[in-house]
Design a protein around this ligand. Structure first.
Ligand code: FES
Ligand code: FES
Length: 859
């Protein structure tokens, strides 16, 4: 086969002509990995942007024929001082979180800065970033960084000090340049590539899987099906109901089911051969309506015995009598949509057997490597200690990497072949396989007295949990717990049901049921405020929980809840000013627990170790996915041990049983800080000797279950974060012109990173409110928005200015008063947008998305 000649970073190269696009040639043959693959070959994320003859282009859209004779430059090929300038600006401005999108954005920025220099405006750059997606940052600090480079502004690249100090994110420079590898950037000698054959039907009996043609295809080494699984077929975080492969005679339950794993010499060969696997099915009627599925005689999910996954409920007082006696009542049905996490890094796993064939090392970007290890061992039918799952910091997750996506199948292939195997999902596979945010239908009845004091709340909710359980029952439980928002209700009656269907599986997603509930509750508050004749702000102020108040499920709130009223108070001047200026305004007030709670025993451990070279290792096992858990660990160590930050080495140690479970719900920040603090205390007590592992533990084992019998005031959660968001709309244009986000984080470990989390959450929350959707066909249950572009994520030019106010109202008994910020981020956003739009045109909205963009105001 003739090769293709071009120059790459100034060096003449010849590559194979059969690569599907330039990106594959760069990454797979030349091992140039700063261009990342977020969506190839669709050209919709911008992560793979390179310069071709000086022009910024997405390399996954460049055929090899088009590249011949051209000059290709990637971030690796820029002069060192220029690389450093961009990396410093992104690090200093906090312009990155998971970092996956950043190398591509820097290449785009370079092209524009080269062209326009100091004339490059922020608006211009925002427009050019339309070719890129960032799911983490909300673009605010990305634009700050590009502006700093364009204007030659000096930036201070300062490591953070102790708790509460600003400073750059751990590994920020390496992340910005694309030098800190993700799983797909790892290379091992002799490595093979795996690809999946997914089902064609969401619900069908699989009669026969014919792998012979695929087996004969070029480069194919092996094809595996369920018949090759030596151990258990099913895995799962709570219920073991999720088959890693559907066998002949088995039944598919959603469009992401895997039928065969093809292993080949190259990724493209594996993917091409996977299409050659022929399957004979009996196609069955998929169950796609959650409410109807409750009573449907057919079972949606193969191997289960009913379609009701869970019921969560609690009551206090006589709600019906209180509603009847209320001066004002409201009754409304709210509906939220299914949405996709759209983390920029598709799931990737590399599994490597040991030389003696007795051990398997799995590199994973998942959120719970211990759960992954245990399930992989069950599938392989080996003891747990035969498998090590090493955590590799990932390119975004937001809850979507809690369940295994391809870890078990990749491990299976590597174990059976006794060769290293990597499997990286395509964007389409990623969209089909991992669980989404639940669509929930919520019927609310609420009442208040003539002064606007809430009297009663009744809620009936049905959530479409899709096929496999994942943590769907916990999401609906959290939705039920947070149903009343941060308000005191003297009477309450809540019931939420999670239902299995054949739609995409639903599970964890930032805010975990709390944002669905509080979109509804905030809508109720605004409708009642109008009935009473008081402002939305006043209605909230009259009902917000205070210490000693009984919160929804009966928990007596402690001083930590003072933050709710404080968030409300700090936005008041802006709220009043916007109203006085004739703007349409909307408020949202929300709360979200941190950690798991609900009676779950949570234990986290960390290790501090002084090394002979002067370094101080901080070992934990949380997933760094952009949220900054490594930086938190570093800052706690600096605070407790009074160290120079350059001495601290943060290590994700998943080789020993530090436990901790899933990195979810701001647990990494809260519990990680607690565990590192305890380890530092142990080190101090032990004299900080070199070579000694000082272990610390943080434990929350005193919460109660929702509706726990015999407990009048259950402590459902140890910690909550609070937030108020103000949305201001221009009446003339209908545009959202500003979002003010006041967040009580208890204690901001690093204010700059904290602001970035909030800006990114608001961006995600605006998309949730206005444009994002991941529907499935009501007849086939197959998702219909199968590209990143079609998901409705807001582009940079559509994001209004976001101002952040950090409120620090400490949580009693938590380390440093920390409450966490990642989860609460977008809880109030949709309610605030709905209220502002109602103020604009008088229409109440009860369904998401509201189908307009923030920028153009068009319905
Ligand atoms: S990987 Fe090329 S644009 Fe997404
Ligand atoms: S930093 Fe942009 S996608 Fe994570």
């Amino acid at each position: 086969m003739a090769g293709v000649d071009f120059t790459c970073n100034g060096t003449a190269v010849t590559v194979r002509a059969d690569h599907p696009h330039l990106l594959a040639a760069l990454r797979e043959e030349l091992d140039v990995t700063s261009p990342k693959d977020g969506c190839s070959p669709s050209g919709q994320c911008g992560c793979c942007t390179v310069l071709i003859d000086g022009k910024a282009v997405v390399s996954c859209q460049q055929s090899m024929a088009k590249v011949a004779g051209k000059a290709v430059v990637t971030l690796e090929g820029l002069p060192d001082d220029e690389r450093q300038r961009y990396a410093d600006a992104f690090a200093a401005c906090g312009g990155l979180q998971c970092g996956f999108c950043i190398p591509g954005i820097i290449v785009r920025a370079k092209a524009q800065v080269d062209k326009k220099g100091t004339d490059l405006t922020r608006e211009d750059m925002a427009r050019h970033l339309g070719a890129h997606l960032c799911r983490c940052t909300g673009y605010v600090k990305i634009l700050d960084a590009i502006e700093a480079v364009a204007t030659g502004k000096q930036v201070a690249v300062t490591a953070p000090g102790g708790v509460g100090s600003r400073g750059i994110k751990y590994e920020a420079v390496e992340l910005a340049l694309g030098d800190r590898g993700y799983v797909d950037d790892l290379r091992v000698p002799g490595m093979l590539h795996a690809a999946f054959r997914l089902t064609d039907h969401a619900r069908a009996t699989v009669n026969h899987i014919d792998v012979e043609t695929a087996r004969q295809a070029s480069g194919v080494v092996a094809v595996f099906t369920a018949a090759d699984v030596p151990g258990e077929l099913r895995v799962g975080l709570i219920h073991k109901d999720w088959p890693v492969l559907i066998p002949e005679g088995g039944r598919t339950s959603y469009a992401g089911d895997v039928l065969a794993v093809v292993v080949a010499e190259t990724r493209q060969q594996a993917r091409d051969a996977a299409e050659l696997v022929a399957v004979d099915y009996d196609v069955l009627r998929p169950l796609t309506d959650a409410r109807a599925a409750i009573d449907d005689p057919e079972i949606a999910v193969w191997g289960t015995d009913g379609n009701v996954l869970s019921v969560s409920e609690y009551q206090r007082g006589d709600v019906d009598a209180a509603l009847a006696a209320s001066a004002h009542t409201v009754h409304e049905v709210f509906r939220t949509q299914r949405i996709e996490h759209a983390f920029l890094e598709p799931e990737s796993t590399l599994a490597v057997p040991s030389d003696d064939g007795r051990h398997l090392h799995v590199y994973s970007g998942g959120q719970g490597v211990w759960d992954d290890r245990n399930d992989i061992a069950r599938v392989l039918d080996v003891p747990n200690d035969t498998v090590t799952v090493e955590l590799v910091s990932n390119g975004g997750a937001f809850g979507g990497k809690e369940d295994m996506a391809n870890q078990a199948q990749t491990a299976l292939a590597a174990w059976l072949l006794q060769r290293p195997v990597k499997c990286t999902l395509s964007r389409e596979e990623s969209l089909l396989i991992h669980p989404k945010r639940h669509p929930i239908e919520m019927e609310y009845w609420a009442g208040c007295d003539a002064d606007g004091k809430l009297t009663a709340l009744k809620v009936r909710a049905v959530g479409d949990s899709g096929s496999y359980a994942s943590v769907g029952m916990k999401v609906l439980e959290r939705m039920a717990g947070h149903a009343s928002g941060p308000y005191h209700l003297p009477t309450i009656d809540v019931r939420s049901v999670a239902v299995r269907t054949n739609n995409p599986a639903c599970g964890a997603f930032r805010s975990f049921g709390a944002n669905q509930a509080q979109f509804a509750m905030e809508g109720v508050i605004d409708r009642l405020a109008e009935a009473v004749g008081i402002s939305g702000w006043e209605m909230r102020a009259r009902n917000v929980i205070t210490p000693g108040a009984e919160w929804g499920p009966g928990q007596i709130m402690d001083d930590g809840c003072l933050g709710a009223a404080r968030c409300l108070e700090v936005v008041r001047p802006d709220y009043e000013a916007a109203r006085a200026a004739g703007k349409a305004v909307g408020l949202g007030l929300g709360l979200k627990n941190s950690g798991l709670g609900n009676g779950f025993k949570e234990i986290a451990r960390a290790v501090v170790r002084f090394e002979a070279d002067g370094a101080v290792e901080v070992r934990h096992c949380w997933t760094e996915m952009g949220q900054g858990v490594h930086t938190v660990a570093l800052q706690v160590a600096v605070e407790e041990l009074q160290l120079d930050p350059s001495r601290v080495r943060v290590i994700v140690d998943t080789t020993r049983e530090l436990g901790a479970g899933q990195t979810t719900g701001s647990r990494g920040t809260l519990m990680g800080a607690g565990a590192v603090k305890a380890a530092c205390e142990a080190a101090r007590a032990g004299g900080c000797e070199v070579g000694v592992d000082y272990e610390g533990e943080y434990r929350v084992d005193w919460t109660h279950h929702l509706g726990e019998p015999g407990v009048e005031h259950p402590t459902i959660h140890s910690t909550f974060g609070y937030a108020t968001q103000l949305v201001v709309v221009d009446r003339a244009t209908g545009k959202i012109e500003r979002v003010l986000a006041a967040h009580d984080v208890g204690r901001a470990v690093n204010p700059q990173l904290c602001e970035g989390q909030i800006e990114g959450s608001v961006h995600m929350g605006l998309g949730y409110a206005l444009t994002e959707d991941f529907p499935a066909d009501p007849v086939t249950a197959v998702p219909t928005n199968m590209t990143l572009r079609s998901l409705g994520i807001l582009r940079p030019k559509d994001v209004p200015p976001i101002d952040v106010i950090l409120v620090e109202s400490p949580q009693p008994d938590s380390p440093y008063g920390i409450k966490g910020v990642g989860e609460i981020g977008l809880v109030p956003t949709a309610g605030a947008v709905a209220a502002a739009l109602h103020d604009l045109d008088g229409e109440w909205r009860a369904t998401l998305p509201m189908r307009r963009t923030a920028a153009d105001g068009a319905e």
